[in-house]
Design a protein around this ligand. Structure first.
Ligand code: GLN
Length: 199
């Protein structure tokens, strides 16, 4: 399998690189279109989706990443990364765009401000034990399309983890609480994806 790319323009990409290193998975820092060549998957980190949107346009990464998503590359978006993968989102400036791919609507900053950030323990379908994760100015998935699988919800039923084909999106940050299981789940997606075999 080729390396997993981590979009390294803004946000907590270092933490994702550290998790991949801990798992012994080769990674590539994606900052320009040629960095996308040969990757087996892509992680879009948390941070600020308005900034990630602007920087991917400035660095000519928007169109190549959209094409890779459409051609089936496994992509894992956390928090701002989930917003970037959402077909629809609310609470952003009028000119903010996502890559899309996941047939969901997300609501930005749905839990309030930075000071309303919290940690909690979640069940995640496909991961044997509950995981301890952080929600930091997190988005919520407010609508889920027919082909989307819900992998994680809060106790009140709010959807915070989804998968559609080779796209994985979560509202929270496993990488800041030392949890590696969601990355392992994504690595399995990359290993078994048709895309990885033809790439
Ligand atoms: N609130 C941020 C946004 O809208 C996401 C926060 C995060 O990634 N931790 O992009």
């Amino acid at each position: 399998m080729g390396p997993i790319g981590v979009l390294c323009l803004q946000g907590d990409f270092r933490e994702h690189l550290a998790v991949l290193a801990e798992l012994g998975i080769p990674s590539v820092r994606v900052r320009k279109p040629s960095d996308l060549t040969g990757i087996a998957g892509l992680i879009i980190p948390g941070g600020e989706s308005t900034v990630i949107d602007k920087l991917t346009k400035i660095y000519d990464l928007r169109d190549p990443i959209k094409k890779l998503i459409q051609s089936g590359l496994p992509v894992f978006g956390t928090c701002a990364g989930l917003i970037m993968l959402s077909d629809r989102f609310t609470g952003g400036p009028a000119d903010q765009e996502s890559f899309g791919g996941l047939d969901v609507t997300t609501s930005r900053n749905a839990f309030g401000s930075q000071t309303d950030s919290f940690e909690t323990v979640l069940d995640f379908a496909g991961i044997p034990n509950p995981i301890n994760v952080a929600f930091i100015r997190a988005p919520l998935v407010t609508e889920v399309g027919a082909g989307v699988q819900v992998l994680a919800s809060l106790d009140d039923g709010k959807v915070v983890g989804v998968r559609q084909g080779n796209l994985l999106g979560i509202s929270f940050h496993p990488e800041v609480t030392g949890v590696t299981e969601v990355h392992k789940y994504f690595v399995e997606m990359c290993k078994t994806a048709n895309f990885a075999r033809i790439n």
